[in-house]
Design a protein around this ligand. Structure first.
Ligand SMILES: Nc1nc2c(ncn2[C@@H]2O[C@H](COP(=O)(O)OP(=O)(O)OP(=O)(O)O)[C@@H](O)[C@H]2O)c(=O)[nH]1
Ligand SMILES: [K+]
Ligand SMILES: [Mg+2]
Length: 386
């Protein structure tokens, strides 16, 4: 591909090569028969409300960071490849528990199996977000190299899935449509790529001006779209101008483990990226339990009232008449909501079951002293009734 000149005439040829490479990569990544997968030897039981993986070159400070954020000790030293397995720790933040995983350093070629690349990447795929730890004093190129390694195994960082509808059919040939002018892909190229995958019957609709790579991602169907925060460590050894430049990049944060700089901001950023939704239950006539939220996530199972009920008990959904919701998802407090209502962080929910009379307990709830500030504030104006 590198030898092929890029122009209109070679476009189809290049597209086909891309598809061939993608196919071969997928084959390569299929775990050999009899093994449990690429993560062998690295499996750590999932724990808590979310999982975050620390990915980076050797000696950027991943283990130092894990020790600082979780209190779990992970050996740190000035030589490379100090860490050789996956070491889990727990972050307690905003009444939730987040599992943080320290991993061995990875290097260029990790996706092809260099070092423990395969295992490390398999573990990062199992997490909800990735913290890419980088050495602020080293080349910016490291970030690109790591991103490439992760892309090679189907991870897509800070990207949305392409807006391409694709459905294989049994008969009828290929129907190709687009809702807008396409500048990267045309019908012929699309046919060629589908042909490469031996797909002869399918419906395909471009809803955006997607690229060949996007199309291949959609056909392959096994891509994982993840948020990634770029964590530049060791800013204590870098000049202020360079630190400023790094800090202004999107999805980035600058820290120093040695000086304990910016670690609280890192946690806040991580928390935001995870998109966790804490929902507090309020039994009829009682105070909400602000110590023990039900934690939902749009990426993991959804945030609707139904998801909330399923979280408490699987048979609960059938018994629900309606729910009362206080908080930022409610238009007025409390709002009567159905199962499809989407909850937001720090909402308070009361389930009203079919058999119970809704008038029961109304007005008995007066005030409470604990709880998130946002709700406490709102409470002053309008106390949570019911
Ligand atoms: N100057 C400076 N040094 C740091 C900082 N954080 C970690 N280090 C040092 O960097 C070295 C490597 O730290 P580790 O935590 O072992 O790095 P790692 O990424 O876990 O390394 P591997 O497990 O070998 O991949 C150690 O000597 C740390 O003391 C920092 O904020 N500033
Ligand atoms: K090290
Ligand atoms: Mg380490």
């Amino acid at each position: 591909m590198a030898r092929t000149q890029k122009n209109k005439a070679t476009e189809y040829h290049l597209g086909q090569l891309k598809a061939k490479i993608a196919k071969l990569r997928t084959q390569l990544l299929e775990p050999p028969k009899g093994s449990s997968g690429a993560g062998e030897g690295f499996e750590v039981t999932k724990y808590g409300h979310g999982r975050v993986a620390l990915i980076g070159f050797p000696s950027v400070g991943k283990s130092t960071l894990l020790t600082m954020l979780t209190g779990t000790h992970s050996e740190a030293a000035s030589y490379e490849f100090t860490t050789l397995t996956c070491i889990p720790g727990i972050i307690h933040y905003n009444d939730t528990k987040i599992q943080l995983l320290d991993l061995p350093g990875i290097i260029e070629g990790a996706s092809e199996g260099k070092g423990r690349g395969r295992q490390v990447i398999a573990v990062s795929k199992s997490s909800d977000i990735v913290l890419m730890v980088l050495d602020a004093s080293k080349s910016e190129g490291h970030r690109q190299i790591l991103t490439k390694e992760l892309e090679a195994v189907g991870l897509r960082l800070n990207k949305k899935p392409p807006q391409i509808y694709f459905k294989k059919k049994k008969t009828g040939g290929i129907s190709f449509n687009s809702t807008m002018q396409l500048t990267h892909v045309d019908e012929k190229l699309c046919y060629q790529i589908l042909h490469e995958y031996k797909i002869h019957n399918a419906e395909i609709l471009f809803r955006e001006d997607a690229t060949v790579d996007d199309l291949i991602d959609v056909i392959e169907g096994n891509r994982k779209y993840m948020k990634c925060i770029y964590v530049y460590n060791k800013i204590d050894v870098v000049g202020i101008d360079d630190v400023d430049k790094l800090a202004r990049q999107p999805n980035s944060i600058v820290i120093s483990c040695n000086l304990k700089l910016n670690l609280d901001r890192l946690l806040a950023k991580m928390w935001d990226a995870m998109g966790l939704v804490r929902v507090y239950t309020k039994p009829q006539g009682q105070q909400p339990d602000f110590g023990d939220p039900v934690v939902l996530s749009a990426d993991r199972g959804g945030c609707s009232v139904e998801d909330f009920c399923n979280h408490i008990h699987r048979s609960l959904v059938k018994e629900v008449k309606y729910v009362l919701v206080w908080g930022s998802s409610a238009r007025h407090s409390p709002q009567h909501c159905g199962l499809s209502h989407v909850l937001q962080d720090e909402d308070v929910v009361q389930i009203v079951k079919k058999k119970e009379k809704e008038s029961e307990g109304r007005g008995r709830f007066k005030s409470h002293t604990t709880g998130p500030a946002r709700i406490a504030d709102r409470e002053k104006k309008a106390p949570l009734k019911n």
